[in-house]
Design a protein around this ligand. Structure first.
Ligand SMILES: Nc1ncnc2c1ncn2[C@@H]1O[C@H](COP(=O)(O)OP(=O)(O)OP(=O)(O)O)[C@@H](O)[C@H]1O
Length: 589
């Protein structure tokens, strides 16, 4: 940055110095030979050499600065995102949008701001140099040029604001277009889009979003064309009038040949430098708008308030009594309806609690509170009587094991896919294999082309995923990553959960939805065995799977409507009994 500043100052001074030396050289020539002339020619040659060296050096340093700032900015954006312990920001569309802008700001805008800032400094210095030169020749002409600059600056700054706004609106439409582009090429959506014939619809939407973005940019371009056309005419008129004046003044003997040459250079130089200056201001305006989003993401406040000051945070002992939801009310934010309305229940230590209820009843939300992805709006979740808000969140999560409904299929190797469950086991192959064995996926993974080291990916080929390069990148070969079926992936997700050594609480949110009947039975046997004497919370729409739980809770519209063992609930002839009978009949028909 310091070197670039020096180069910018030197680069800005060079054209002024060249114009001045040229003036002296021409005057010397006209004054019939002088030994000074050789010195001036050498000076001009030296300036030419300096420019030759400075230009590539400036480019090199600029690129270096770009890389350094992009690296720092990207690392800050992702560190900020990674430091969010909860989900409220990430599940907020406004934040997601801001994040997408911040990501591009991180890689481009931060460097851009520095570049535009340097260009601005360069523009100011060159303009000042040429204005000084012009003043020596004609204070009156300098005043005329400066007066012409005022409307130029005002018009260009207004244009810059309009461009910033237009670019912003266009970028919103462009991001929308990007979303449709992603859908059109995504593997996940490919089946549905093709079967439902929705491709044309998405393509139209994508093109419409692009048209909106283009129309915004075109509107700005038109305005720019008119404004800059008028300004260019004004500049040309001032330049032309100056030239006529200078020629006349030279004829009258008021100016020398060198003065005329300097005058021509100075007029062009002032106008060129001011153009650069104004363009950099416009660019800065736009980039700073984007940088605002970058700053908002990087400086985002923690999304989980700590109920206790850090020095009062208590450490979390192993679970001994149980977990309690005490009159928990929750809504995603003040504008949303209540999702949980005064929920109270206990999961006693060593027992299995099952949670059932219709779609949207609030089951997954309850799990989010248990994992402290959100805090209750009212009420509390207690771990052996301690409010979990008083415990460091990482400590709480270390004690949980979970299989989520929407588990993730990572584009990593089979071993890494399991090790995500506990990254300390990344190089501990026996532990990974034993977790895979517990989920009964060991045989499938072991039989893959590279065994546990096979990449489970549809996006990357197996060679080069760890930085190695491939001879024939992208060519299908036996090194291409393996694809698993939905049920096999679910077992990998189970193995991931089994990797956590002895979790205090095991959360299973629809752990067998993708499995065939036999596999489901087998997995539930394994889970029942694994859960034995462990505290666990099981969520499932398949009531056959939850009947073995010690207690069952029925959640309906955010309230607990029934609670008891399977037998008790069947005898009560309520919602659970009705749903159970419905499912049982469905199987028997
Ligand atoms: N991030 C969110 N922001 C706003 N509302 C949400 C959010 N997540 C869920 N909801 C709403 O909360 C309610 C409960 O959703 P939840 O996912 O907890 O239900 P569920 O019982 O797990 O349903 P399912 O059986 O379909 O998985 C729903 O009305 C849903 O629209």
């Amino acid at each position: 940055m310091a070197a670039l500043l020096v180069l910018t100052a030197a680069g800005a001074a060079t054209p002024v110095a060249v114009a001045w030396l040229t003036r002296l050289a021409l005057n010397a020539l006209a004054g019939a030979g002088d030994t000074v002339l050789l010195g001036l020619a050498l000076g001009l040659a030296a300036l030419g050499l300096a420019t030759a060296v400075m230009t590539p050096l400036t480019t090199y340093l600029g690129n270096q600065l770009d890389r350094a700032t992009a690296f720092t900015a990207v690392s800050r954006v992702y560190s900020a995102v990674n430091s969010l312990a909860g989900l409220s920001r990430l599940e907020n569309p406004g934040f997601q949008d801001q994040l997408r802008v911040a990501q591009s700001a991180g890689s481009q805008a931060v460097g851009g701001v520095l570049e535009a800032g340097l260009a601005l400094i360069g523009g100011v210095l060159t303009a000042a140099g040429f204005i000084g030169a012009l003043y020596v020749l004609s204070p009156a002409m300098t005043a005329v040029v400066l007066l012409c600059v005022v409307p130029l600056l005002v018009a260009e700054l207004r244009l810059a604001r309009r461009r910033a706004l237009g670019d912003w609106r266009a970028s919103v439409a462009s991001r929308r277009a990007g979303f449709y582009e992603m859908l059109l090429s995504s593997l996940e959506a490919a089946k549905e889009i093709r079967l439902f014939g929705a491709g044309g619809f998405l393509l139209d939407r994508m093109l419409a979003a692009r048209r909106t973005a283009d129309a915004e940019r075109r509107a700005v371009d038109r305005r720019e064309l008119l404004t800059q056309g008028a300004l260019a005419l004004l500049a040309a008129a001032v330049g032309g009038a100056g030239l006529v004046w200078a020629t006349e003044a030279a004829q009258r003997g008021q100016l020398t040949v060198g003065d005329v040459a300097l005058f021509i250079s100075a007029i062009a130089g002032v106008q060129g430098a001011l153009g650069t200056l104004v363009r950099s201001v416009a660019q800065l305006h736009h980039l700073l708008l984007i940088m605002g989003h970058y700053q908002a993401v990087v400086g985002t406040a923690p999304d989980l308030a700590s109920a206790a000051p850090p020095d009062e945070a208590v450490s979390l002992p192993a679970l001994r009594e149980g977990i309690e939801f005490r009159d928990v009310w929750f809504r995603y934010d003040a504008g949303h309806p209540w999702v949980l309305r005064g929920v109270s229940f206990r999961i006693p230590y060593g027992q299995a609690l099952a949670l059932v209820g219709h779609n949207g009843a609030g089951k997954s939300t309850l799990v989010k509170l248990l994992c402290r992805f959100y805090d209750p709006t009212r009420g509390a979740v207690l771990w052996d009587g301690v409010d979990i808000r008083r415990v460091p969140v990482a400590e709480l999560r270390r004690r949980l094991g979970a299989v989520f409904q929407d588990y993730v299929e990572y584009d990593l190797t089979a071993a890494e896919n399991i090790a995500i469950g506990d990254v300390t086991a990344m190089d501990d192959r026996p532990r990974l294999v034993s977790a895979a064995r517990a989920a009964d996926i060991d045989g499938v993974l072991g039989a893959l082309p590279r065994g546990y080291d096979t990449l489970l990916s549809r996006l990357f080929s197996d060679d080069g995923h760890d930085g190695r390069t491939s001879n024939q990148a992208g060519s299908p070969s036996d090194e291409t990553g393996a694809l698993l079926s939905g049920g096999q992936w679910q077992r990998v997700a189970l193995a991931r959960a089994f990797l956590r050594a002895d979790p205090d609480l095991l959360i299973l949110d629809e752990p067998s939805s993708g499995l065939d009947a036999e596999a489901e039975h087998d997995i539930h046997q394994r889970l029942t065995h694994y859960r034995k004497d462990r505290t666990s919370l099981l969520i499932s729409h398949r009531l056959g799977a939850v009947r073995a739980a010690d207690r069952i809770i029925v959640l309906s519209q955010g309230r607990i409507t029934e609670e008891g063992t399977h037998t008790e609930l069947v005898e009560r002839c309520g919602t659970y009994a009705r749903l159970f009978a419905l499912q049982a009949r469905g199987y028997q028909k």
